[in-house]
Design a protein around this ligand. Structure first.
Ligand code: PXP
Length: 247
């Protein structure tokens, strides 16, 4: 079977984190989006958090208006976010669990407890031709629920794998198998498979071997590497690492 290239969605939240730290209007996430495109990135991912700690509403509006690359809006399952998605019309949304105190999205959504709620939440969004992704842990129960809910995509949470990998805990090998099994299962059900969270240029190659994965969404490590390599260099390096182990 021929492997396709994996698309890279670059999460630019932390460009806004740096901007907000000083209350300036730079660095500008829109400028970052243009560099992502020049460097060969395939999409822009941004998480509009309830507390607006990084990306703010105006960023989302500008990113969509300038339409530099397809916009994937990560958001919590709230009526406020639903309204924003319906106003802004991003190319895709990715629903994530959100806790105010967390530093980042710590786990996947628990779909099993909220199937009817999520079905009705995504219905008007799907009617606007916005693709719907659900950020979940790699389990068959969650994948089955995603299918029943009517998602187009599942994004597999790679955070647990990355934690073990960074600690050099060999348990990461088992987690890769679980991620692969989940990707195969979801693909068979007709769901598009994405993956993300915590991936770095050292760890991404282990996951890009999974042929069912069509897209990565990566932020923190790319923006961190850009301090030393420039944003363009950091994206090019990530793309190279993804490609090297894919083919
Ligand atoms: N995918 C989802 C659904 C996320 O919530 C995040 C973090 O915002 C990412 C990917 C990117 O994670 P990281 O910044 O660790 O690369």
């Amino acid at each position: 079977m021929k492997l396709d290239e994996i698309r890279l969605g670059v999460n630019i939240d932390h460009v806004a984190t740096v901007r907000n730290a000083r209350g300036t209007n730079y660095p500008d996430p829109l400028k970052a989006a243009k560099i992502v495109k020049e460097a060969g990135g395939d999409g822009i991912t941004a998480h509009l958090r309830e507390d607006r700690r990084h990306i703010v509403d105006q960023d989302i509006i500008r990113l969509k208006k300038q339409n530099v690359l397809p916009l994937n809006l990560e958001m919590a399952v709230t009526s406020e976010m639903q309204k924003i998605a319906l106003d802004v019309l991003p190319n895709a949304i990715c629903l994530v669990p959100e806790k105010r105190e967390e530093r980042t999205t710590e786990g996947g959504l628990d779909l099993l407890s909220s199937i009817p709620r999520l079905r009705s939440f995504i219905e008007p969004i799907k009617k606007k031709d916005i693709r719907v992704s659900l950020f979940i842990e790699p389990s068959e129960e969650q994948i089955n629920a995603a299918k029943i809910i009517g998602a187009d995509i599942i994004e597999l949470h790679t955070g647990h794998f990355c934690d073990l990998f960074e600690k050099k805990d060999q348990g990461y090998i088992e987690v890769i198998k679980t991620l692969e099994k989940a990707a195969i299962y979801a693909h068979k059900l007709g769901l598009e498979v994405h993956a993300g969270h915590g991936l770095t240029t050292s760890s991404v190659g282990h996951i890009s071997k999974i042929q069912q994965i069509k897209e990565f969404n990566i932020g923190h490590s790319i923006i961190s590497d850009s301090i030393f390599l420039g944003l363009r260099g950091a994206i090019e390096l990530m793309k190279q690492k993804i490609k090297e182990s894919r083919f």
